[in-house]
Design a protein around this ligand. Structure first.
Ligand code: 2M8
Length: 454
C-alpha cells in the first residue's frame, strides 16, 4: 500500500519534468507561479519553489529568497506580492499603490499585506543543502531580514500581546476564498453596491471583465461576487495607506487565522535554530512572544466539535467553518499527541478529509464543499506538503508516505496543475504551476536521499 519508492521508479522522469517546468517559469530573479494567470512574484509560492530548486541549483534557490527580501518594507513586513515591472502590468501595480505607505521600498512596487510566513522554512531547508561554513554565511546573509519580519508580525499583528497574530485580508492566508473567511466577509464587509450587484444578477455582466477566467474555467475560480468583495476589501486597506492603527480602528474584519499562526509557530522554531547555528541573539522579549504563540494555539481548539478553527480578533469567537486549516496544527507541531490523533482520524474519514485523492481544502461533509472550486474543495499539493511533514513529526510515517504517494499519482500524466478534484483526481486551475512541481521534486529527492542512506 505504501509503495512510495515503487511509485518513484514508475515515474522515472517526473523529477526532470518538474525541473524543466521550474526553469520554464523562471524569470531570472524570481519564478512566476504560472505563466499568464500569475505573472508576478508571490511570497509563499517562492518559498515552496525554493524547496524544489535547492535540489538542483542551491544558488538559484537562494536567489529566489533574496529576491523576496528586496520587497521587504522598512517596518519589516515582507509583502505577499512583488509586481512585474513591465508596462502591461501597470494596472496591477496601481491597484495596490504601495508607494502610499512611507515604509514601502522605492525601487519595486509591492502589495501592502503579507502571506503565510514560510520564509524561515525555505531558508532553513536551503541551509540543509550546504556544508556548515556555507550554511553559516547563508544564514548570516538573511537573518537580519528574517528577524525583522518576525518582529514586525509581533509588533503590528499582535497588538494586545496575546500570542496569536491577526490577519487583515483573506489573501494573507493564501487560502483565498476559504469558507471561514468568506462567511465573515459576506457577513461584515459586503458593501451596498456589491449586494446590489448580487441582487440584480449584474455579476453576470461584471464577470465579462475578469482576466483570470480567460485561462481557467469560471467554475474553478472564486465567484464574481467573491472577487468583487476581495478587491473591495483590498481597496479599504489602500485607503488607510496600509497603516495598521488606522486599519484596526473600527475594523470589523480581522481574524486570527489558524493556518497563518500554525505556520508562524513552525517558522519561529526555524528562526531559533538559524540563530543558534549563527550564535546570534534573538531579543528576549521576542522569544517570549514566540513562546506565547505556541501556548495560545490552544485557544483555537473547540472541545465540542473537537477541532481547531480561526478566531475573530475583536469578539474572540471561533469561526466554526471546517477547512484544511484545521489540519495544520500537525505542522505547527506543538499540540498533544491525543489531539494529533483526532486530526489524523478526520484525515482517514472518507466523509471528511479522506476521499480518493486527498487532502481536500474543505471537508466533503461541509455545505461549502465544491470539488472544483479553488480553495473550497480541491486538493492542493502545497498544503499536502505541510500536512505530510506534520504527520511525520507526530510519528504517522505510513500516513505521510501514503499521502505523498497519492499526491504524486495526481501528476501521473506529467500535468503539474494548480489543484485537483479530490473525488476524481482531475487536474484543475492553472496548468504548469510552479509550487506543484517544486513540492513534488522535494518529495522525490528527499525520499531518494533517504533510500540511498539506508
Ligand atoms: C492565489 O492568490 C492570488 C492573490 O494573492 C490570486 O488569487 O490571484 C492563492 O492561491 C495564493 O495562495 C497564491 O499564493 C497565489 C499565487 O499562486 O494565487
Amino acid at each position: 500500500m505504501y509503495g512510495i519508492l515503487k511509485g518513484m521508479s514508475d515515474m522515472p522522469d517526473l523529477s526532470e519534468q518538474a525541473i524543466a517546468l521550474l526553469q520554464k517559469n523562471d524569470r531570472g530573479l524570481y519564478t512566476v507561479p504560472a505563466d499568464n494567470l500569475y505573472p508576478h512574484q508571490w511570497l509563499w509560492d517562492s518559498c515552496f519553489i525554493a524547496l524544489g530548486q535547492r535540489h538542483y541549483d542551491v544558488e538559484r534557490a537562494k536567489m529566489e529568497i533574496l529576491s523576496l527580501l528586496r520587497g521587504q518594507w522598512g517596518n519589516g513586513m515582507v509583502p505577499h506580492m512583488i509586481f512585474n515591472k513591465e508596462l502591461e502590468y501597470r494596472n496591477d501595480r496601481n491597484a495596490w499603490r504601495s508607494w502610499v505607505s512611507p515604509y514601502a521600498p522605492d525601487d519595486v512596487v509591492t502589495s501592502g499585506i503579507t502571506q503565510p510566513p514560510m520564509l524561515a522554512e525555505a531558508i532553513f531547508r536551503i541551509g540543509e543543502k550546504l556544508d556548515l561554513p556555507e550554511r553559516r554565511s547563508w544564514y548570516r546573509q538573511v537573518f537580519p531580514g528574517l528577524l525583522a519580519y518576525h518582529e514586525w508580525m509581533y509588533r503590528e499583528r499582535d497588538p494586545h500581546e496575546e500570542g496569536l497574530t491577526l490577519q487583515i485580508h483573506p489573501w494573507e492566508t493564501g487560502l483565498d476564498n476559504n469558507p471561514a473567511w468568506m462567511s465573515e466577509l459576506h457577513e461584515h464587509l459586503l458593501p451596498g453596491w456589491i449586494r446590489f450587484i448580487q441582487k440584480t444578477r449584474l455579476d453576470i455582466v461584471a464577470s465579462l471583465f475578469r482576466r483570470d477566467t480567460h485561462s481557467v474555467s469560471p467554475d474553478q475560480r472564486f465567484s464574481t461576487i467573491d472577487a468583487l468583495a476581495l478587491y473591495d476589501a483590498q481597496r479599504r486597506l489602500r485607503r488607510k495607506e496600509y497603516n495598521i492603527d488606522r486599519i484596526l480602528d473600527h475594523s470589523l474584519f480581522t481574524i486570527e487565522d489558524l493556518a497563518f499562526n500554525c505556520i508562524l509557530i513552525r517558522a519561529n522554531e526555524h528562526l531559533v535554530n538559524i540563530a543558534k547555528t549563527l550564535r546570534a541573539d534573538i531579543p528576549e522579549a521576542t522569544l517570549q512572544r514566540m513562546e506565547r504563540t505556541r501556548r495560545a494555539l490552544d485557544e483555537l481548539w473547540d472541545p465540542y466539535t473537537e477541532a481547531y478553527y480561526p478566531r475573530d480578533f475583536v469578539t474572540h469567537k471561533l469561526i466554526k467553518e471546517p477547512t484544511i486549516e484545521g489540519l495544520l496544527p500537525l505542522y505547527a507541531g506543538c499540540i498533544s499527541p491525543e489531539r494529533a490523533e483526532l486530526l489524523v482520524k478526520s484525515l482517514e474519514n472518507g466523509h471528511m478529509f479522506g476521499p480518493a485523492h486527498p487532502v481536500p481544502s474543505v471537508p466533503l461533509n461541509s455545505p461549502w464543499f465544491n470539488a472544483d472550486r479553488y480553495w473550497q474543495g480541491p486538493t492542493w499539493l502545497n498544503t499536502n506538503w505541510l500536512i505530510a511533514d506534520g504527520l511525520k513529526r507526530y510519528g504517522y510515517k505510513d500516513h505521510a508516505e501514503a499521502l505523498i504517494e497519492s499526491s504524486l499519482e495526481l501528476l501521473d500524466g506529467g500535468e503539474f496543475n494548480e489543484y485537483f478534484n479530490p473525488l476524481t483526481g482531475k487536474p484543475l486551475g492553472a496548468k504548469n504551476f510552479s509550487w506543484t512541481a517544486a513540492v513534488a521534486l522535494d518529495w522525490l529527492k528527499t525520499a531518494k536521499a533517504k533510500s540511498v542512506k539506508k
